[in-house]
Design a protein around this ligand. Sequence first.
Ligand SMILES: N[C@@H](CCC(=O)N[C@@H](CS)C(=O)NCC(=O)O)C(=O)O
Length: 348
Amino acid sequence: MKNKLISLMLGVAASMALAGAAGAGTMDDVRQNGFVQCGVSQGLMGFSIPDDKNNWTGMDVDFCRALAAVVLGDATKVKFTPLTAKERFTALQSGEIDILSRNTTWTMSRDTSLGLKFAGIMYYDGQGFIVNKKKFPNIKSATELAGATICTQSGTTTELNIADYFKSHKLDYKLLTFDKNDEAISAYQDGRCDAYSTDQSGLYAQKLKFAAPDDHVVLPEIISKEPLGPVVRQGDDAWFNVVKWTYFALVNAEELGITSQNVEELKKTSTDPEVQRLLGVPNADGTTAGFGTGLGIDESWAENAIKQVGNYGEIFDRNIGEGSPLKIARGKNALWKNGGLQYAPPVR
Ligand SMILES: N[C@@H](CCC(=O)N[C@@H](CS)C(=O)NCC(=O)O)C(=O)O
């Protein structure tokens, strides 16, 4: 009993400290600063990567832009903080960033012990392996990697999943981890390890950057569930709601056929009540439905994000889908009505 009380008190103190790290509330901070401080990866094609002029692109980057459009009405009001896998959670806990949008897997310990809160699953991923065909000419399966040295980035779920996978298949292995992903990739390319492992989306992204991409093959096994999504601190429900409903708005917009191209037209002409609610169209008597008010923001919150950044499908397509060099199929990330897992609760 005494122990329980002590751990309860410690828990409360920890969440107060976490909430305190962000001052009065993250939404107020963001409004005062005039921008969203968004933690991203240091460079992962399709998710978050800067060009030589420091213009960032990617799904994770676009999510933060959509959030800025929702909260501040302007998708350009974002600053990006590139973070290694190891640094990312401390940056969020300490209040250095307002949101972490960095191909981060939703796991129980991150969602509980680390004091964080995942707002949704932007991308359903799973971990895989890539190997050099010259080293393994006839390889068909990861089970043939007995005794192999695997390179990966430290501070990731990847490290832990490899241990589980090799242990459960009773295979020996050696792990070579690096703080920076570029170092892990160089070690793999230099032949210091037999395989490189990460989320499958990351494998396809890295492969494109290899000197001879066709020399490498992604093995068929998916050894884990890697639900990737945006994360915030616990103890700030108003901010959590805004982040969560930004994601839901993007998915609902795709489901309702609202795009960056037609959103303005649909706002004026659509008679579909679902479209009208999402876009904050006033009722016949001039009153507003109040969904923006419920979030503490403008009624045109969703319209701003869709107009300036696009719906979920548009974001997927241009960054990692058919409209991108990665050409990843929608697969599990298709809308639920098309057999996928992307599903958002209704705006009601
Ligand atoms: N989803 C996994 C892995 C995330 C991760 O950090 N992956 C590496 C390898 S693809 C990465 O994004 N590196 C890019 C960077 O550090 O800039 C996790 O949350 O732990």
